[in-house]
Design a protein around this ligand. Structure first.
Ligand SMILES: [Zn+2]
Ligand SMILES: [Zn+2]
Length: 399
């Protein structure tokens, strides 16, 4: 009898503790959630678009050609990049300062925001770290063969952004997506080989994860002056270089911390190269003609129709047709056309369900944009212009 009472009170205690932490809804995607306050409408204009590459290698990576950091940084500056993360393979560990990306005197720029990062290279695949300041990469390296909960705890302690690299294929990210903040959905100039990465992204979004999709050239450097015959694989081909693809972030300020924060909050889109149009994706929640949220934002579905806007900013071709594919909850929803011009945009309407989650994201195809410094990349990315992150409805912000 005494034992029975004890068990009952334990169960009760468990229930109370679950709801107190807002976790009860995790097990049921159809339960109503408190999405928290909307970002202010002002935040849609109060920010700065910054572009960069989040995955590339220098001579400090054993499998890269001999490009120095100075050369990569100078090239990035010359094509107008705003930020860069050189992600050499775990070379910050084992005390080899001569091969340390950050300790290299060339790790500096007057105009680029240089993130601190590295490619975490493990038997279970690769992930990139992004950080606004130096961190103890050795600690993450040391737990690479431990369970995901251990890795996740170390990642949290270090205060870093962890991202899943090339999630399908060779060296795919083989850890839980519960420990990452973003996923590389567009790796290298070769857009066509990312289909499985996109599938995994949609699977993770469908699980209720608010997971930012980002790009990364993963360039091991063939361009601009390494002969093609000296390159061994797609990553090293001349066509794959800084900015193929380019990741745009709508940051609150021009700082490294704001870039990392934006990669986490998802106001991010990816374009084929630094000169290709930028995909922007907004929603007008009450059809008053004013956009209240943008990609990466999570809002409550009210049961009223929502007006969505897809906008291409930058070098569109006047009169050319751009195909906008809308994906809703992992499935094709509709295919629209935007005609290139002074303002290139298209709108559509849908009513997200009030109970349960919905997300919308877009992919845009159209005429390739020239990248004169890396001319071969145009053929590899084909007609792919860019992609957005999702706009989310009823996602649990605590999940
Ligand atoms: Zn890798
Ligand atoms: Zn890499």
């Amino acid at each position: 009898m005494r034992a029975h009472v004890l068990v009952s009170s334990l169960i009760l205690a468990g229930c109370i503790s679950n709801s107190a932490h807002g976790q009860a809804s995790h097990s049921n995607p159809w339960a109503p959630v408190d999405v928290g306050p909307l970002p202010s409408t002002a935040s849609l204009s109060d920010g700065v678009w910054l572009k960069g590459d989040l995955h590339l290698h220098s001579r400090h990576s054993h499998d890269s050609t001999n490009n120095s950091e100075a050369k990569i940084i100078a090239f990035s500056e010359s094509v107008g990049m705003d930020y860069l993360c050189i992600t050499d393979h775990d070379n910050h560990v084992q005390g080899d300062v001569a091969h340390n990306t950050w300790a290299d005197p060339e790790f500096k720029s007057d105009s680029l925001l240089l993130l601190y990062g590295g490619e975490w290279t493990t038997t279970r695949g690769h992930g990139n770290v992004f950080s606004a300041r130096p961190y103890d990469h050795q600690r993450l390296y040391d737990v690479r063969d431990q369970r995901d909960v251990v890795v996740g705890a170390v990642k949290k302690e270090l205060g870093i952004h962890l991202s899943a690299n090339h999630p399908s294929g060779k060296d795919h990210f083989g850890y839980s997506y519960d420990i990452v903040d973003s996923i590389e959905v567009w790796n290298s100039a070769v857009w066509s080989k990312n289909a499985n990465a996109i599938m995994i992204w949609d699977d993770m979004l469908s699980s209720g994860r608010k997971l930012t999709g980002r790009g990364g050239s993963d360039s091991h450097h063939g361009t601009p002056d390494t002969p093609e015959q000296a390159t061994k694989n797609t990553y090293q081909r001349q066509a794959n270089y800084v900015g193929t693809p380019t990741t745009w972030v709508f940051a609150k300020a021009r700082t490294s911390q704001a870039v990392v924060d934006t990669l986490t909050n998802g106001r991010v889109s990816v374009s084929a190269n630094p000169f290709a149009p930028r995909v922007e994706f907004y929603a007008d929640l009450d059809q008053d003609g004013k956009m209240e949220v943008m990609m990466g934002d999570n809002t409550k579905a009210t049961g009223k129709p929502v007006r969505f806007r897809v906008q291409l900013t930058g070098n569109t071709v006047a009169g050319a047709a751009y195909t906008v594919k809308v994906i809703k909850n992992g499935d094709p929803f509709s295919t629209l056309q935007a005609i290139g011009g002074k303002t290139t945009m298209v709108e559509f309407t849908d009513t997200p369900i009030t109970i349960g989650r919905t997300y919308y994201r877009v992919e845009v195809e159209g005429p390739p944009t020239a990248y004169p410094q890396v001319p071969e990349s145009m053929a590899l990315s084909g007609n792919m212009v860019g992609l957005s992150n999702p706009i989310y409805f009823n996602f649990d912000p605590n999940f």
